[in-house]
Design a binder for this molecule. Structure first.
Ligand code: IMP
Length: 181
């Protein structure tokens, strides 16, 4: 595998991500056995993770996608707004949000408030990566977490910097020189 020249080092390899997805999907399948959760991916970052994860979920699921924005470059703006809503009715349904990464937690905190008010029966979160040091809200505790990582800006496997690098098959640390130019 060749390393992208803007990436300082690989933090989580493709193989590690794939085996973590199997492990997370096993737990999710057990917890939702007999139910049909709506698995909602947060666009665009969650797409590769959701695709890898759902292949290994064995219970019935429905899927949908939500597009919310809060980031500008490497900083959270603190404001969240829905750019594209889901099309499924969540009233009395079990909702599982799929996130690529949780940093401040602001995005999910706002999204979860909105979905509670829409009458979802249960709301849980699966995230591939968690940066707990960045957390500024206390009400976001993902039930399923792939990896904890330090407070560094990472790209790849769905994660972007100004919309680039989402297609890298691994998660890597972006060189500071790329965003301090
Ligand atoms: P939060 O609202 O601060 O938890 O941010 C969640 C969203 O911020 C994620 O879905 C990503 O889009 C983005 N984000 C947070 N940290 C990173 C990072 O290190 N690299 C790329 N995107 C990130």
């Amino acid at each position: 595998m060749t390393l992208h020249p803007d990436v300082e080092k690989v933090l989580i390899s493709q193989e590690e991500i794939e085996s973590k997805c199997k492990e997370l999907a096993k737990k999710i399948s057990e917890d939702y056995a007999g139910k049909i959760p709506i698995v909602i991916g947060l666009l665009k970052g969650a797409v590769p993770f959701m695709a890898e994860l759902m292949k290994h979920i064995t219970c019935s699921i429905q899927i949908d996608f939500l597009d919310v924005s809060s980031y500008d470059g490497v900083k959270s703006t603190g404001k969240v707004h829905i750019r594209r809503d889901i099309v499924t009715d969540v009233l009395n349904r079990d909702v599982l949000f799929v996130e690529d990464i949780i940093d401040t937690g602001l995005t999910l905190s706002e999204v979860m408030k909105e979905f509670k008010s829409r009458g979802a029966r249960s709301i849980e979160v699966v995230t591939l990566v968690d940066k707990p040091e960045g957390r500024t809200v206390s009400d976001v505790t993902p039930k399923y977490i792939g990896y904890y990582i330090p407070n560094k800006f990472v790209v790849g496997f769905g994660l972007d910097y100004n919309e680039i690098y989402r297609n890298l098959p691994y998660i890597g640390i972006l060189k500071r020189s790329v965003y301090e130019k």
